[in-house]
Design a protein around this ligand. Structure first.
Ligand code: THG
Length: 367
């Protein structure tokens, strides 16, 4: 039995009660909200994501809404990615950077109308950031957090479940595109997205009083496909090479270092926050890069609270930013953020709490 003392600082999502009813056993804090992480069977939850369909309370992916005549202008000022071709109904993955070119968040941007955008954010206070920049630039735009909470259906059978609830049109939704609709009168936006590489959808609930109802609609509809509750699965996202900003990045990490270069357009206008720094970083040469690390050993040995040093010939060359047991590779794997001159194929040593462990650097993704 999991219990949580609600308070005004750490908010549960509208799906929290349903998650608890479904046997939630572990949770974390993300965006100052409760993020469910496990229902007591991490390996079973992993294989359900790989082979079936998993239902996630990801209400911690808060939405920051930009509304008004300058909404599009502000979205572009905050995003070092060309948004001029972003259509209404389309989403884009963006690496928000500060003025030094350091990544501070990596949201999905949803364009709902020419004057209405949502940043679906990772774990940092984008509302404060967006509000400050809008005011400093004198923009005519209102920034708020709307009543919107994502729930994810992930896995190879997610499409069948979502099509069963909403109709076959969802099968032709392109990656990150979305449509606004209703499910039994509940207002939602439905997007092909989610923090796994197993395919799936996110249902953005637009009425926080209907969380349990929406959760149970999908729980019922998914029974023929053996749906079950789950959460963003660290083994899967590491195998798949998805970056966790704040976990795999530090206060110096730029997008080039963590394989996000394809989401940066250096030609965007000079008023885009961080773009001048990003051009300099690129011109001077990127000093670190992110590689996969495969550690020796045949028992799970996750990373604790600290990142661990990666060494070559006794010299530090970077850090291990996560480590998890891969059920498919049958090894402990993680991401290394290492000097650019240390290439894939290099044999390294990871300085771990219980002593040094041999490891090999490889290109990402692992799978
Ligand atoms: N869904 C929604 N909001 C979110 C997340 C999400 N906000 C926080 C967090 N996740 C943002 N981070 C990511 C990171 C990676 C991806 C999505 C959100 C992702 N990346 C693919 C990749 O890297 O291969 C594809 C990117 C692309 O091709 O454009 O999917 O999950 N609502």
């Amino acid at each position: 039995m999991f219990s949580f003392q609600p308070n005004t600082r750490i908010r549960p999502s509208p799906f929290f009660q349903a998650a608890v009813a479904d046997g939630l056993k572990m949770a974390n804090v993300y965006n100052r909200m409760v993020m469910p992480t496990s229902y007591g069977d991490p390996e079973g939850e992993y294989w359900r994501l790989i082979n079936g369909v998993s239902q996630w309370d990801v209400g911690v992916e808060r939405q920051i809404q930009l509304k008004g005549p300058d909404a599009g202008k502000l979205a572009q000022i905050l995003s070092p990615r060309d948004l001029t071709k972003c259509a209404v109904g389309q989403g884009k993955y963006v690496a928000l950077c500060n003025h030094r070119g350091t990544i501070i968040n990596d949201p999905i941007l949803l364009k709902l109308a020419d004057d209405l955008y949502w940043f679906s954010i990772a774990d940092s206070d984008v509302e404060l950031w967006a509000g400050a920049i809008a005011a400093e630039r004198g923009l005519n735009v209102e920034i708020s957090e709307p009543d919107v909470s994502p729930m994810a259906l992930q896995g190879p059978k997610a499409e069948d479940v979502v099509a069963h609830v909403l109709g076959d049109w969802v099968r032709s939704l392109k990656y990150f595109w979305f449509r606004e609709t209703e499910i039994e009168g509940i207002p939602v936006a439905v997007q092909r997205s989610g923090w796994s590489k197993q395919g799936g959808f996110e249902i953005y609930l637009r009425d926080g009083t209907k969380g349990t109802q929406l959760w149970n609609i999908f729980k019922e509809a998914g029974k023929p496909w053996d749906i079950g509750p789950g959460a963003p699965a660290t083994p899967e996202r590491v195998e798949s090479g998805l970056v966790s900003v704040g976990g795999d990045t530090d206060d110096m990490t730029n997008p080039f270092e963590v394989r996000l270069e394809k989401y940066v357009d250096l030609y965007v206008p000079d008023d885009v926050v961080g773009i001048k720094a990003l051009r300099c970083i690129k011109a001077e040469g990127v000093k670190r890069h992110q590689l996969g690390v495969i550690l020796e050993g045949d028992t799970p040995a996750p990373l604790g609270m600290q990142r661990e040093e990666i060494q070559v010939n006794g010299k530090s060359v970077g850090m291990l930013t996560n480590c998890v047991w891969s059920y498919r590779m049958k090894a402990n794997i993680g991401f290394g953020l290492v000097q650019s001159d240390i290439a894939a194929g290099t044999e390294v040593t990871v300085s771990r709490a219980k002593g040094p462990v041999s490891a090999r650097l490889v290109e990402l993704p692992f799978l």
